[in-house]
Design a protein around this ligand. Sequence first.
Ligand SMILES: *Cc1c(COP(=O)(O)O)cnc(C)c1O
Length: 232
Amino acid sequence: MSQIAQQLGKVRQRIDTAARQAGRPVTDIQLLAVSKTQPTDAILEAIAAGQFCFGESYAQEAIAKMQTVNSSCGYANIEWHFIGPIQSNKTAPIAQHFAWVHSIDRLKIAQRLNEQRPAGLPALNVCLQVNISGEASKSGIKPEQVLAVARQVTELPHLHLRGLMTIPAPCNDPVQQRRPFAQLAQLQHEIIAQGIALDTLSMGMSNDLEAAILEGATIVRIGTDIFGARQD
Ligand SMILES: *Cc1c(COP(=O)(O)O)cnc(C)c1O
């Protein structure tokens, strides 16, 4: 078994254990393998081990890898998620090549992705990135503005608003880790109560996936614990 297959197995086991502890069906939690900066060979190894959803942060790098992956394996059902920061003049390749975007941090980005989504493709699944721990340096919509942005995004016909995403401040305490995730889940709940149907909470990374699952994560984004440390 390849190293990546082994690491994937361990991560799936952790998801399973956390889901059980949370009393949630494990099928409610999707594993997004974050392959940014990793070579295409690593992605192909993960595919061979049954992983079909990949998260990327740099559009040009991702598109080059997509082309290699598409030509070297016959799977049509690989799903690419964009999770990185987005500049408003760089939205077109993202609108054209991805199935999901997790990192919408202002309305303008959503509007541009909506305009640039090719007509033949299904609506682009999107999450609003929320600056839940309120750090000045972190991107993301302020919690008090999320409902207003969500309402406007639901009006965009080529986008499908799925839920919220966050990257909390790093923290190693498993109890403390749950706080921002609980806050994001609460915010999601409030938005749903306003009549906006959301089904996705994108939260939890290598270091805190258990805490995220305990608070309701439906997508965990795991890089390091699958592919090893990055160069970045
Ligand atoms: C890099 C990255 C991840 C993966 O983080 P790991 O700690 O390597 O698991 C998850 N989400 C986002 C938005 C990232 O940029």
